[in-house]
Design a protein around this ligand. Structure first.
Ligand code: ADP
Length: 264
């Protein structure tokens, strides 16, 4: 892989909360248009990585580069100049805001604004934060809502929707930001089992379309179908990584084997 084809490069990312060291020098590469699934036991640091990529946590050390320019566009995400944040130095709030603007997060508990309609939830970021013209953003939001079968719900409030519908709105809200990188934090783990498949189908469709994604998930069958690479973490380090079929079917490391056996 040439470095210009990489949408995300993480080097030596470290983070402690007080005395609790959560990330111990994480390296991660996500090539353009590829999907990386992060798996591992609860507390291994997966969410902290995603939050660091989205500017919601400030790592103590390491660097994050998003959106290397050049390479072959998959056509779905905007090409933008590369942005590197070096956490060994002091990063400014402006740099953190720029990092946040490159990626969009889909949360486990959807995190929709309860007092806003579906449409308002979707257009809030693009209009207020990105300062894009409202009419243009509404037209894009409507098209995205149609795509996931929720156009009829555009004027409903989150409490009027099922969990699966709320999460599809969460995905549309992320897409409306036109990010270079989509981050999913256990997007189906709060859903009733019968609602999981609809949400996974939308994510799979986006992967097939060429979006670059990092997905934290416990759905191993889904990871096998959707991810190009699987990264297994434990205790704040990457224990094993490789093609999804290899890591999930023939893990090399004892810790990975134990983890996968428990989930199957
Ligand atoms: P995972 O996503 O793999 O379950 P997390 O990244 O959520 O792991 O958490 C890793 C560790 O970091 C846990 O021990 C958790 O308690 C701790 N942690 C996460 N966020 C915070 C925070 N804001 N303050 C203090 N500790 C935190």
């Amino acid at each position: 892989m040439s470095p210009t084809d990489s949408v995300l490069q993480v080097r030596g990312l470290s983070k402690s909360f007080g005395a609790n060291t959560v990330l111990r020098g994480i390296d991660l590469d996500v090539p353009r248009g590829k999907v990386v699934a992060l798996i591992g036991p609860s507390g291994s640091g997966k969410t902290t990585i995603l939050r660091s990529l989205n500017g919601l946590e400030l790592p103590d050390a390491g660097s994050v580069t998003v959106g290397a320019s050049g390479g072959t566009s998959t056509g779905v995400e905007p090409q933008r100049p590369s942005l590197t944040l070096d956490f060994d130095a002091k990063v400014s709030p402006k740099e953190v805001a720029a990092l946040r603007d490159r990626s969009a997060m889909v949360f486990q508990h959807y995190n929709l604004f309860p007092h806003m309609t579906v449409l308002q939830n979707v257009i809030e970021g693009p209009v207020r934060v990105q300062k894009r013209p409202r009419a243009e953003v509404v037209a894009e939001a409507d098209a995205l809502l149609k795509r996931v079968g929720l156009f009829e719900k555009r004027d409903s409030y989150p409490f009027e929707l099922s969990g699966g519908q709320q999460q599809r709105v969460g995905i549309v809200r992320a897409l409306a930001l036109k990010p270079q990188l989509l981050l999913f934090d256990e997007p189906t783990s709060a859903l009733d089992p019968e609602l999981v498949d609809d949400v996974l189908a939308v994510i799979k469709e986006l992967a097939d379309e060429g979006w670059t994604m990092v997905i934290v998930t416990h759905e191993l069958a889904f990871a096998r179908q959707t991810a190009d690479e699987v990264v297994f973490m434990d205790g704040g380090v990457v224990v094993e990584r490789g093609p999804a079929s290899q890591v999930l079917r023939k893990p090399q490391e004892e810790r990975t084997q134990q983890f996968i056996r428990r989930l199957l």
